[in-house]
Write a protein that binds this ligand. Sequence first.
Ligand SMILES: [Zn+2]
Length: 149
Amino acid sequence: MKCPYCGHTRSRVLDTRDSGDGIRRRRLCLNCQKRFTTYEQVSVAVHVIKSDGRREAFDRTKLLNGIRMACAKRPIAMSELEGIVEQIEEYVYSSGQAEIPSKVIGNMVLDRLQEIDPVAYIRFATVYLELPDLDAVQAVIENLVTRSK
Ligand SMILES: [Zn+2]
């Protein structure tokens, strides 16, 4: 989303409001510090398909809450979490697909969390990947430790 004043592509969301038929956001340009408003309208409902085959409408609030829980008490700014959700939202609505597997979304979150905070990553992975036991959790941790070396 380009800043209308300077054309910079990075902005921080100050406020998000659901206006019924769209989403209004107040943004702060990270370059020139000016504020502007964007308006998003959803043309197609996108559904998320769970691993057990159930479908549900993509819900940014639910996604954000899931990420927030994984990041509780970790040194991560709320704006960073908003950024992850926005990125995913953008992907979801611009992909042109009416249905997206929950795994795809989960993996996108994991990719970002891996860069940001390993503890949050493991928390999110435990829930999202439905790790069945300690061995599975350990495998994820080992993978993470290996990658960070
Ligand atoms: Zn700007």
